[in-house]
Design a protein. Structure first.
Length: 308
């Protein structure tokens, strides 16, 4: 087993620990780099950076908790009554310790005034009337699991905590944070604590007390507190054990012209013919990476001829 204290600082670092003699698991993540990448890809405002950064961080944690086999994937959909609209995060396990993620929001360029306490209004951007939907798919069996709950606050962390409690029946403590400055993402990250079946009441009490005293996750990261120390702080256990540290995630979109062609084909013969008659072309753009694909009249006619 690797020794604590020798944990290498990595980009988009995700580390799992055991606490209380393996009766509790805790995952801590520094997602600063990938959230900054998302900010640049989607040209996000400070408000939408905070929102999508939280969604992306939660998605990364769920990938490494819930997916077990290569090519297993998870889709997270969040739709509230706030101005950011629908958000989607899709994650996939490429191997036991490597994952890919992509995200988008309907309205990535909105900006809201800060709240009275000076914090970004994440809940105002998302809204508190709507849903959180999680879809897991196993590539081997093609089996799907769908879990959906109403939004609680739109603050993202509280909504995922509710999801684990109601849809998964898992007692979970979860925190997410994104610290934004004029240059972009200063720090982003989160932690999730899960109780094993043999967890004791005293473990739960100690964790609740520890979390109540802990600073927000983004502040701890900004103070350069290591993930190991954060795990100790939020569990209240000084004797945590390293479970695994070799977890890596990157932003990757696997869109292609062929996939968009299949989308055009799914419109059906009449709709494609209408597009040919009225516009004579189709210009599409990927929501996840903003790559553009052009279909000329000739290409549309071939699609019509070939598939319809």
């Amino acid at each position: 087993m690797e020794k604590l204290g020798d944990i290498e600082q990595k980009q988009n670092k995700v580390i799992k620990f055991w606490a209380y003699n393996k009766r509790v698991s805790v995952m801590c993540i520094d997602s600063t780099n990938i959230v900054e990448e998302i900010r640049n890809i989607h040209n996000l405002t400070p408000t939408t950076t905070a929102v999508l950064g939280r969604v992306a961080t939660a998605a990364i944690m769920m990938i490494f908790i819930d997916l077990k086999e290569d090519d297993d994937n998870i889709t997270i959909q969040i739709k509230g009554n706030g101005p950011i609209g629908k958000m989607v995060a899709i994650g996939e396990l490429e191997s036991n310790n490597k994952a890919i993620l992509k995200v988008y929001a309907d309205n990535p360029n909105i900006e809201l005034p800060l709240k009275e306490d000076g914090k970004i209004d994440v809940g105002g951007a998302v809204g508190n009337i709507g849903y959180l939907n999680v879809i897991r798919e196993n590539e081997l069996t093609k089996g799907k699991y769908n879990g959906i709950i109403p939004l609680v606050t739109g603050e993202i962390a509280e909504d995922f905590t509710e999801f684990f409690a109601k849809s998964e029946q898992k007692p979970t403590a979860l925190a997410l944070g994104v610290l934004v400055n004029k240059d972009g993402v200063k720090k982003a990250g989160g932690y999730i604590i899960n109780l094993m079946p043999d967890a004791k009441d005293e473990d739960i009490t100690k964790i609740e007390q520890a979390i109540s005293k802990a600073k927000p996750i983004s502040e701890m990261l900004d103070e350069n507190i290591s993930l190991e120390e954060i795990a100790k702080i939020v569990t209240g256990d000084e004797n945590i054990e390293l479970m695994t540290q070799d977890l890596d995630v990157k932003y990757k979109c696997n869109c292609s012209k062929e996939k968009f062609e299949r989308g055009i084909k799914s419109l059906g013969k009449e709709e494609i013919q209408k597009i040919i008659d009225e516009d004579g072309k189709v210009d599409t753009e990927c929501n996840f990476c903003h790559k553009k694909y052009h279909f000329s009249k000739e290409e549309l006619l071939k699609i019509l001829e070939k598939n319809c």
